[in-house]
Design a binder for this molecule. Structure first.
Ligand SMILES: NC(=O)C1=CN([C@@H]2O[C@H](COP(=O)(O)OP(=O)(O)OC[C@H]3O[C@@H](n4cnc5c(N)ncnc54)[C@H](OP(=O)(O)O)[C@@H]3O)[C@@H](O)[C@H]2O)C=CC1
Ligand SMILES: Cc1cn([C@H]2C[C@H](O)[C@@H](COP(=O)(O)OP(=O)(O)O[C@H]3O[C@@H](C)C(=O)[C@@H](O)[C@H]3O)O2)c(=O)[nH]c1=O
Length: 284
């Protein structure tokens, strides 16, 4: 039995992992939410790990409010950088492999072809800067790590663009959506499955990997497909804009190149539009 701790378990990705728990008989998952295990509390972590043992940690704990991070960057750094550092230290002490989730927002968006793992990050907002610092702490402290950068996560759980558009479509007749940012919407259920596949392969190909769904879209394209998905595309006016006012800057282009995960893990990745159709409709 492989013993795995999932931190930040009540978040979007944590809940997607919980949903598929039953498909992996050889993996025992222990779910810890932010109250049970605060990754910023180094002493609390030491006490927790002195009583329990794990082979892997999947770190789903993060500060993910991109807008708010501009106003309180210290909170974003506390969780995304120092929390990640604390976990790396614990993993080193107890010989645990850390699977850490990071973001396309570590890039500045100046490229026009999909970002490779070898491309130099240059985040343009506080959330992205804090996530990059977290990556760097892990790389400095711990050999046995997988850093999985993903993008534009959505699912039936938590807060995400998909759910925002569904909610807005219930009360508003018209939506205005940005066309000047291109990336790849990623079904968090697909990512959850990939993370458990990494554990199952039990390999030592440590390092940084990019995982998202295939293809690319603007937020406008994504909103259009969400409205189609919910059958609202004929009743709501969808307007394009290239300037939606926000506190945080976002990369204009953040599509991730997935060749490395496809080659190393032989994983099959769905196109973003096909995967959107598979989201659980009961939560709508
Ligand atoms: N959402 C997205 O679009 C994307 C996310 N990512 C990355 O994917 C990962 C998962 O994201 P997602 O599931 O969407 O995020 P969520 O915001 O849905 O979940 C994050 C979870 O972390 C918990 N958390 C916050 N602070 C702490 C802490 N100090 N100790 C323990 N837990 C804490 C939160 O708990 P509480 O609510 O109680 O604070 C929450 O349950 C993150 O690393 C994120 O950076 C990458 C690309 C895109
Ligand atoms: C709600 C809304 C947003 N937008 C714009 C604002 C912004 O530029 C873009 C995305 O909006 P959001 O704020 O929902 O998404 P955002 O929080 O930026 O999403 C990001 O979250 C973090 C956690 C990540 O790691 C990223 O990969 C990415 O998923 O869409 C519109 O144009 N119209 C709208 O009605």
């Amino acid at each position: 039995m492989i013993s795995v701790l999932v931190t930040g378990a009540n978040g979007q990705l944590g809940q997607c992992i919980k949903k598929i728990e039953g498909n992996y008989n050889e993996v025992h998952l222990y779910f810890a939410d932010s109250k049970t295990l605060d990754i910023t509390n180094a002493e609390g972590l030491k006490s927790f790990f002195s009583k329990k043992s794990f082979d892997f940690i999947i770190n789903c704990a993060a500060y993910t409010n991109v807008e708010q991070a501009e106003k309180e960057p210290e909170k974003s750094f506390l969780v995304n950088a120092h929390g990640a550092k604390n976990l790396a230290e614990v993993c080193k002490s107890y010989d645990i492999t850390l699977i850490h989730v990071s973001t396309d927002y570590v890039f500045d968006g100046k490229k026009r072809t999909p970002y490779l793992e070898a491309d130099t990050p240059n985040p343009i907002n506080e959330y992205g800067k804090s996530k990059l610092e977290g990556e760097r702490f892990i790389q400095q402290i711990l050999e046995k790590h997988f850093i999985i950068r993903t993008s534009w996560l959505y699912s039936e759980f938590g807060h995400n663009f998909f759910k925002t558009i569904l909610k807005k479509s219930k009360t508003e007749k018209e939506l205005t959506i940005i066309t000047s940012e291109t990336g790849t919407p990623t079904n968090a259920n697909d990512l959850a499955q990939f993370l458990l596949e990494i554990i199952q392969t039990n390999n030592d190909k440590y390092g940084v990997y990019h995982f998202s769904n295939q293809g690319e879209a603007t937020w406008y394209d994504f909103a259009k497909e969400i409205l189609k998905f919910s059958g609202k595309h004929e009743s709501i006016i969808l307007k394009k804009t290239d300037n939606y006012p926000t506190f945080a800057d976002r990369p204009k282009y953040s599509v991730l190149n997935k060749d490395k995960v496809v080659n190393f893990f032989q994983t099959k990745i769905l196109d973003w539009k096909s995967s959107l159709l598979l989201v659980d409709r009961s939560e709508e």
